[in-house]
Design a protein around this ligand. Structure first.
Ligand SMILES: NC(=O)c1ccc[n+]([C@@H]2O[C@H](COP(=O)([O-])OP(=O)(O)OC[C@H]3O[C@@H](n4cnc5c(N)ncnc54)[C@H](O)[C@@H]3O)[C@@H](O)[C@H]2O)c1
Length: 413
C-alpha cells in the first residue's frame, strides 16, 4: 500500500518513540524525520524507522527553518518545550499530534489553538484516556440511557507509590517551575475524561491538596542522601535500588521507567546511575514541590457533580470510577464495567479487551489510529477531540488549581 501519511517526530524520548512505533505499524504511515537533542535517542529512533541521515536533526528549529517535509509532526518534548514547536510548525502547515499539557500557560494554549485554526491544520492533543476501548464502552453505555441522566461521579486516579517517587519526586515533573503543577501534569487527562463522560460544561470548581509526605520533615531517622548508601533502605517503600533493580529482566519495565534512569541493562549499570543521577536520591531530600494528593470537586451545567481524587499512596493501577444516574449506576476500573439497572434490579458486566503492550490500556494505540484516520479522511471531527475541547479541559484544570491555591470556589464562564 502506498504511504499516505508522512510523520516527523519532535522529541524522541519515551513518548516520541512510542508514538513513532505505534504509527509505523500502520502501512499507510512513514516516519520521515526526527529531531532530538540527544544523539543516542535520535539515532535509535531514526535507525528503527529508516530515517535517512539528512533527516535527523538535533533541534526542531532546524526543521522549522526549511519548507515542510512531512504531513504531520508529533510534538513530544517536555512540557515547557511544547508551545514553541507547536506554533512554529503549525505556521509551516504541519498537522500536529501534541503532547499534553498543550502549553504551560492559558494564553499559550489559546495561541496554539488559534494558530491551528488560522492555518487549517489538524491539532490533536494527547488525551489518551479518551481513546481507550474502555472509554468507548462507557460512552456507549451512557449514550444508551441505561443509567438515565448522570447526577454524580466519583473518580480516583491512583498514581502509585513508586510512580509518584519516580516522576513527581525524583523525576521530570517534580517541580512546578520546571514543568507544571501536578494536576496539569498528571490529571488534565482526568478532567478531560470527566468532561467527556459528563458531556456538559463545568461551571464551578473547588479543590484541596498538598505535598504531605515527600518532604524533609518526613525523613526517617538514619536516612541517607542516596538509597545506595542508606542504612534504612531495605525498609523504605521508596527505595530506588529496589524499584529500579526490580525492572531488570522485565521488558516493559526496562522500557519504562528504567529507560528514563539509564540505558544500562545490568545491575552494575543501574547502581552506577543511582549513585550519581537524580533517580538515586532519597525521596525525603529532593527539590520537589508538586502535590502528592489532591481532591477536586466539579459542578457541571445542570447541576451534576463529580469528585476527583488524585493520590500517590496507592498501587500503580488504572483509574476507578463510579457514575450514578437517575435510572442506574455503574462502576468501572479500566478492565470491566458493572452496571446496575434500577428498572430491573439486575447487574450486567462488560469485560474490556486490552493490549498488554499498551501502557495506557489501548489509549496510545487508539489515539495514534484516530490521528491517522483523521489525516487520511480529512475529517478530524469524526475521529478526534476538537482543539477547543482540549483547551477547555486545560482551562478547567487551571481553575481547579486556582481554587486549591486560593481556597475559593472558582466559577467558569
Ligand atoms: N499523554 C500521556 O499520557 C503522557 C504520558 C507521559 C508523558 N507525557 C508528556 O509527554 C511529553 C514527553 O515526555 P517524555 O517522558 O517522552 O519526555 P522525554 O524526556 O523522554 O523526551 C523528551 C525529548 O525531547 C527532546 N528535546 C528537548 N529539546 C529538544 C529540541 N529543541 N528539539 C528536539 N528535541 C528536543 C529531549 O532530548 C528528549 O529526548 C511531556 O510533555 C509529558 O508530560 C504524556
Amino acid at each position: 500500500m502506498a504511504h499516505q501519511v508522512s510523520l516527523m517526530i519532535v522529541g524522541a524520548g519515551v513518548r516520541g518513540q512510542l508514538y513513532a512505533d505505534l504509527a509505523a505499524r500502520d502501512p499507510r504511515v512513514r516516519i520521515v524525520a526526527v529531531a532530538d537533542r540527544d544523539e543516542g535517542r535520535r539515532t535509535a529512533l531514526a535507525e528503527r524507522h529508516d530515517v535517512p541521515p539528512a533527516r535527523r536533526y538535533s533541534d526542531w528549529r532546524d526543521l522549522a527553518e526549511q519548507p515542510r517535509i512531512a504531513d504531520a509532526a508529533v510534538i513530544a518534548t517536555l512540557d515547557r518545550l511544547h508551545h514553541e514547536p507547536a506554533l512554529a510548525l503549525a505556521e509551516q502547515g504541519y498537522h500536529l499530534l501534541l503532547e499534553k499539557p498543550m502549553a504551560v500557560t492559558p494564553d499559550l494554549c489559546h495561541a496554539i489553538v488559534a494558530a491551528a485554526r488560522a492555518t487549517h491544520v489538524t491539532l490533536a492533543v494527547c488525551h489518551v484516556l479518551r481513546y481507550t476501548p474502555y472509554t468507548q464502552v462507557l460512552r456507549r453505555l451512557l449514550d444508551s440511557g441505561v443509567i438515565g441522566q448522570i447526577v454524580s461521579v466519583q473518580h480516583l486516579e491512583p498514581v502509585g507509590w513508586w510512580h509518584q517517587a519516580h516522576s513527581f519526586v525524583r523525576g521530570n515533573w517534580r517541580r512546578t517551575d520546571e514543568s507544571t503543577f501536578m494536576l496539569m501534569a498528571k490529571s488534565v487527562h482526568d478532567i478531560d475524561w470527566l468532561n467527556h463522560l459528563v458531556g456538559r460544561p463545568a461551571r464551578r470548581v473547588s479543590s484541596f491538596g498538598g505535598l504531605h509526605h515527600f518532604r524533609t520533615e518526613q525523613r526517617p531517622t538514619g536516612a541517607g542522601e542516596r538509597c545506595i548508601d542508606c542504612a534504612i533502605e531495605p525498609d523504605c517503600p521508596y527505595s530506588a535500588t529496589r524499584i529500579y533493580l526490580g525492572c531488570l529482566g522485565n521488558a516493559a519495565a526496562e522500557r519504562w521507567p528504567l529507560q528514563v534512569v539509564t540505558s544500562a541493562r545490568t545491575e552494575q549499570g543501574v547502581l552506577d546511575a543511582l549513585r550519581t543521577g537524580p533517580y538515586g536520591r532519597c525521596v525525603y531530600r529532593c527539590d520537589n514541590d508538586v502535590v502528592d494528593h489532591q481532591v477536586v470537586n466539579l459542578e457541571y451545567e445542570g447541576g451534576a457533580t463529580a469528585s476527583f481524587t488524585m493520590t500517590a499512596f496507592t498501587d500503580f493501577a488504572f483509574r476507578q470510577t463510579k457514575i450514578f444516574g437517575t435510572h442506574g449506576c455503574l462502576e468501572g476500573n479500566g478492565r470491566e464495567v458493572e452496571v446496575l439497572n434500577f428498572r430491573t434490579g439486575k447487574r450486567e458486566r462488560h469485560l474490556i479487551e486490552i493490549s498488554q503492550h499498551d501502557p495506557h490500556a489501548g489509549g496510545d494505540t487508539g489515539l495514534v489510529h484516530a490521528f491517522i484516520e483523521a489525516l487520511v479522511s480529512g475529517r478530524p471531527e469524526d475521529h478526534l477531540t476538537s482543539p477547543e475541547e482540549s483547551l477547555t479541559s486545560h482551562l478547567v484544570t487551571w481553575a481547579a488549581e486556582e481554587a486549591r491555591l486560593t481556597s475559593t470556589v472558582v466559577h467558569l464562564s
